[in-house]
Design a protein around this ligand. Sequence first.
Ligand code: SAH
Length: 350
Amino acid sequence: MMLSLVDKLHREKVLSKEEFTALLDGFDKNIMQYLFSKSRAVADRVFGNKIYIRGLIEFTNYCKNDCYYCGIRRSNHNAERYRLEKEEILACCRQGYSLGFRTFVLQGGEDLWYTDEKLVDIISSVRNAYPDCAITLSIGEKTYEQYLAYYKAGANRYLLRHETANAEHYSKLHPQAQSPEYRKRCLYYLKEIGYQVGTGFMVGSPWQTSGNIAEDLLFIKNLKPHMIGIGPFIPHKDTQFAGFPQGSLDLTLLLIGILRLMIPNALIPATTALGTIHPKGRELGILAGANVVMPNLSPVNVRKKYILYDNKICTSEEAAECQFCLQERMKKIGYELVVDRGDYKEIDIS
Ligand code: SAH
């Protein structure tokens, strides 16, 4: 029964909510192996053994929002706050470029100190200095006009996880002021403007049900994002979710496999959160069908401050060390990091 669901997903690239829920509730190690043999074959057909790298620059941990799960939420007064100036961001890019990065991801809390004028200046400075690189933003919810201004300044991609597609579940993870509808609308704005768009969700966030995850999968199928980031929820000690269990490794891997079959050419990272809950998490993510890794380019002196969840890995290494370590890890499982922008490509492999 479960095996035939995997076959159906492989063939039709979607299942019904009931079928997804049954698969999420009823899978075991055999199903995982069966699914991964297919999802890896699909990833290998689209990307070969090439793994794209994205240089993550965590440029501010100030945030006006108060997401209950997040370590840099506004009301965490234990978080030591920092901001990077334009020159510091450019220095991260310079180092990343020399290490072979051709995508820079500027991620941060929603920090209003960075006015649109400042952001446009930063984006266009990176654009001018690195015309051959992709610029990805991950700075939360903005208006259509703001997204358009950043795009015109030279940004190409945008990461905005929908977090959970279910409005009731969303309201258990965020204060009332944060609207699940508006977050989703942002994703459609971004697509309309022409960004390559990434969305995603946490696996095992408090109160998440398999029905919720099935809704996430159907939301993603409908949105058709270019990138999909998922990782396990990991509690942070200074949040009200400190006592909740972390998300499951197996379920996260299963979902990577499912997403690979659903959207064969999607760019799917093996996330840092996955690497945090298991020493071989990122390798297992690649073997389940992921094709991207996102090493950190942030200056080492701020890394320990951009802590969304406890025990985050790679917070004391230099960028070059992380790069080398990941390269070796990928080599051991038969994959290689490449110097490439790694843009989304519209190809039909069916
Ligand atoms: N402020 C930006 C960037 C968010 S941080 C935005 O709003 O999009 C990137 C992602 O980290 C979030 O989208 C969330 O899914 C994830 N995250 C936050 N807290 C986490 C936790 N405790 N465990 C696992 N992932 C977490």
